[in-house]
Design a protein around this ligand. Sequence first.
Ligand code: MG
Length: 257
Amino acid sequence: MLTLKSRREIELMRQACQLVAQAHRIIAEMVAPGVTTAALDRAVEEFFAAHQAQPLFKGVEGVVPFPAVTCISVNDQVVHGIPGPYELREGDILSVDTGCRLNGWCGDGAWTYPVGRVDDLKSRLLSAGQGALKTAIQGMGTRKKWSQVARQIERSVQRAGFSVVEDFVGHGIGRDMHEDPEVPNYVCEDLAERDFPIKPGLVVAIEPMVNVGTPEVEVLDDHWTVVTADGAPSAHFEHTVAMTREGPLILTEGLGA
Ligand code: MG
């Protein structure tokens, strides 16, 4: 069931989302060769704790519960990477995804960061991923149905010569991190059945994942880390966005900037 949020609820969500954006700014400042992904995770955990925000990712159920407050996915890792002893290297890209609940309302956001100088391919991948997210948010303001936006996202990624991951989608968000509707970033056969209208009060986490090569992915033996099937790099950009009478409002504004 799709629930629309009131202006007051959207404002409460914006406060949670702004903590997510601030957590990302901490990450952005820390990212450098030699820094471990565990250190990045620890900084976000401490930041949320200091603001009485509940981390949303730690303990998420799976074959094993997710052990960290961020997902950190490096290079060919797509999503759900587990922070650990890995030390970042010049030329890596890392996708950081995190979320929190503040006063009962959730925020969720992801960004892919370059470590120092990255090669031309990765640089174009980051641009394409950011472009896909931007296209989606603009599309929310001009289209009536999500299926039309999904088509625009896919087209923007294909035009850049890359592919959209289809195994994972965005989601509605509110009191819970994952609510209806599912928010696909691609055109699929059952898109018409999964379609939903874009109207004021709709709040969604839009999160295109863009691969350099094949859209196919695999899950590693840790039961969480999703990698590209061909080992080529992947990028992930996500904003929590509310539709208002004035147009789309990016609740996680400032994230990644
Ligand atoms: Mg999300």
